[in-house]
Design a protein around this ligand. Structure first.
Ligand code: ZN
Length: 372
């Protein structure tokens, strides 16, 4: 079982470390999203050069294509994609919910049709664990029921209850497996209702997991409500286990959530936004398409030490992007991943030296309005 070691706290912010079968992870940590067994546009060597410790794989996508039979022949995702550091996989539930056609929720699981070829499948709690074990990821997630926003209290209660029952089934199934090298994390739901978040946290913690995730955030609710729910839910999770906020967020979100005691994050923003020309910098975000960069010899971020910023100007990156050159997506992604990893590493150093407060002030003091 994953052994989380809490090393320091600065206010509510935490720095820790845990070991997996594929190496250690220092927290707080940001996990780039590798949906289809690749973090889009980057090689594993480039991820390592950016300091990426752990990536996230999407069970729904990998189950449908290329499928467990193929990845199983490689003894899992690590060898298949040539990545030897830790991997976390989600349960597949969120993608069924957001991508598939004709999904139907029953006590058994999600019956759905593939968004690729229309084939029919049942994603049950047991099936989700089985697929994640076949992928041999280091951290696997319980199947939960996601809620749209807004949802009624009745809908939130129903989702909470099925999430608890499914968490029990996931753990029972996982325990029947021999030779377990993976850790199974529980997920807290409860919609945007504080008392339901508390109830879900208590029920999931009672089942008992080596780590806990806050699910159901960033599903269309206003930012202030998301932060309110996170601030309410995070302290309800066991302090001696890692706390993972799923699918979040912007650099500002990460700084705020670490300040509330969150340890793990994943988000498509650095990679997806890079492919849309949006770059994250210490001073805020900028859009590489902006005409003001046409002749700009400066790098994206003078304080960044990434390959892109060391060698290329804004003018060149803008040119590549406007010409739709493949290299544009690669260079933009290298920078954004580097920025996110470096931001979280900076927070960790600040927590370890007891100065997270100062870090937060410095972070906000240099930020300007978007698109400088
Ligand atoms: Zn850079």
């Amino acid at each position: 079982m994953l052994d989380f070691n809490l090393l320091a706290q600065s206010g509510a912010a935490r720095a820790g470390v845990f070991e997996t079968a594929h190496g250690r992870v220092e927290t707080p940590v940001f996990m780039p999203v590798g949906t289809q067994a690749t973090v889009k546009a980057l090689s594993p060597e480039e991820l390592k050069a950016a300091g990426v410790q752990i990536i996230l794989g999407n069970t729904y996508h990998l189950y449908l294509r290329p499928g467990c039979e193929t990845i199983g022949r490689f003894m899992g995702l690590h060898r298949f994609m040539h990545w030897d550091r830790p991997i976390l996989t989600d349960s597949g539930g969120f993608q069924v919910f957001s991508l598939s056609k004709l999904r139907q929720l029953t006590e058994a699981g999600y019956a759905f049709q593939s968004h690729i070829d229309g084939s029919r499948h049942l994603l049950s709690p047991e099936k989700s664990i089985q697929v994640q074990l076949c992928l041999d990821s280091d951290i696997i997630m319980c199947l939960d029921q996601c809620l749209e926003h807004p949802a009624t209290r009745e809908q939130a209660i129903a989702a909470l209850e099925i999430t608890t029952r499914w968490a029990g089934r996931c753990k029972t199934f996982w325990r029947t497996q021999t030779d377990r090298r993976n850790s199974l994390f529980g997920i807290v739901q409860g919609g945007m209702f504080a008392d339901l978040r508390r109830r879900s946290a208590e029920e999931i913690a009672t089942i008992g997991f080596p780590g806990y995730a806050v699910g159901g955030l960033s599903v269309g609710e206003p930012k202030a409500l998301m932060m309110e729910m996170a601030a309410h839910t995070l302290p309800l999770l066991p302090a001696d286990r890692p706390r993972y906020v799923m699918g979040v967020g912007t650099p500002e979100d990460l700084v705020a959530l670490v300040g509330m005691g969150a340890d793990m994050f994943d988000c498509v923003m650095p990679t997806r936004n890079a492919r849309n020309g949006q770059m994250f910098t210490a001073r805020g975000t900028l859009n590489i398409r902006n005409a003001r960069f046409r002749d700009d010899p400066e790098p994206v971020d003078a304080s960044c030490g990434c390959y892109t910023c060391r060698h290329y100007s804004l003018a060149y990156l803008r040119h590549l992007y406007m010409a739709r050159e493949i290299l544009a997506y690669r260079l933009n992604t290298i920078h954004n991943i580097h920025y996110y990893i470096n931001l979280v590493a900076g927070m960790r150093r600040a927590i370890l030296s007891g100065s997270f407060d100062r870090f937060q002030k410095a972070f906000y003091s240099v930020r300007q309005s978007p698109d400088r």
